[in-house]
Each structure stands twice: as C-alpha cells, then as structure tokens.
Design a protein. Structure first.
Length: 213
C-alpha cells in the first residue's frame, strides 16, 4: 500500500485528490496539509511514501518544503501544480523532487506517476520538459570534458537530455534496454546524481543545482 500525503492550500483540490486516490487499489491517502510547513511536520512524524505537493502556498512554499522533506525523511515528492514556471521547476528538482506534473492531468496519469517514483524513476511531463529545455539551452554548448566521460556515456546523456525513453535510446544506439538502464545507473553514480532529470540538466547546462560540476 502506497501511503500518500496531499498538500495544497485549496481544500477543493486536496478533497478531490483524497477521494479519487482513495478509490484506487494500492493507494492510501493518510491526510492533507494546506502549506509546506504542515507537510514537513506531517512527513517527519508519519511514514509517508509520496507527497503530492503544490508550489505556491502560504507559510512555506512547496519548493522549500520539498527540500526539508527530502533531506530529513525517505518520502518522495511529486510537484503537482498549475504553474509551469521554469524557476520553480529547476529549484524543485535541485531540492529533490522526483516528479513534476500539472494539475490538469487525469487521475490515472497521477497514479502512474506515483507508482513510477516508488520504483525510483523520475517523472516530468513532456510539455514541462520542453519548456525547461528551451530555457536551459544556450548558444554556447557547455564544456563537459572535465567530467571525463566516454563517448558512449555522452551519447546516453545526450539522448536522456532529448527526452528519449530507454526503449528509444536503445533503438538509436543499437544496444539493449538493459544496457541503457545500466549505463544511466552508472552515470548517476559516477556523477553523484539522483535521477535522470538531473543528468539531462547537467548535459544541457554543465551544472546541477547552483554550481558547476
């Protein structure tokens, strides 16, 4: 049973998600919070698997709450918002968010996202990722030579940054999906990253978080 906390300052949103997710097999909504501070306190005192986190809230926003939750608990955070602002997206990723979805998604998409992050995958909608890429890509390609990566590793990074799935990467590079998955896992370990979205940002900008790598 996946234990979920819904966080939003709009009770209509939290109430709706509680009802919808509560009817799904394998999902249990433990409760709701109306700001980031309440979410942090709840996760620190309850065993929460996944938080569905709004961004703009009073007292403490969802980006800061994500940072505190991921630093002090094992809870995974999915940002669920109507705002696809570039700065919020990047900061949430830097702070440990495992997913970023818009609220207008159908319930099944949200359920699939929850299941995916529980399998240690990162989730970002195509339209959000396209927006992030547009904001990140500059005319000057970042110099990744200091990372000391092989040609194959760079090919995999480029494919990830293009938003390709493991299946698509395997087809393009003429290798198996298992090899792709192994290469991505090895890259994450080598570079000290948590998930493939950070890998993509590193390829596009030459940095992760606020600093150079």
């Amino acid at each position: 049973m996946i234990k979920i906390l819904v966080v939003d300052d709009n009770s209509f949103i939290t109430g709706g998600l509680e009802i919808i997710l509560g009817t799904m097999d394998g999902m249990e909504v433990l409760g709701a919070a109306e700001n980031g501070a309440e979410a942090v306190a709840f996760c620190q005192t309850h065993e929460v698997d996944v938080v569905l986190m709004d961004v703009r809230m009073p007292v403490m926003d969802g980006v800061e709450a994500t940072k505190q939750i991921t630093e002090t608990t094992q809870t995974k955070v999915i940002i669920l918002t109507t705002f696809d602002d570039d700065a919020f997206i990047l900061k949430a990723i830097e702070n440990g968010a495992k997913g970023y979805l818009l609220k207008n998604n159908d319930p099944q998409t949200i359920r699939n996202a929850i299941t995916s992050v529980m399998q240690n995958q990162s989730i970002m909608q195509d339209e959000i990722w396209d927006k992030v890429k547009s904001a990140l890509v500059s005319e000057v390609k970042p110099d990744l030579s200091s990372l000391q990566l092989t040609a194959r590793e760079l090919d995999v990074m480029k494919a990830v940054a293009s938003g390709l799935s493991n299946k698509e990467i395997a087809k393009n590079l003429f290798i198996s999906e298992g090899t792709v998955a192994n290469n991505i896992s090895a890259l994450l370990g080598k570079l000290g990253l948590d998930h493939r979205t950070q890998l993509a940002i590193l390829y596009l900008t030459g940095r992760v978080g606020g600093g150079e790598v």
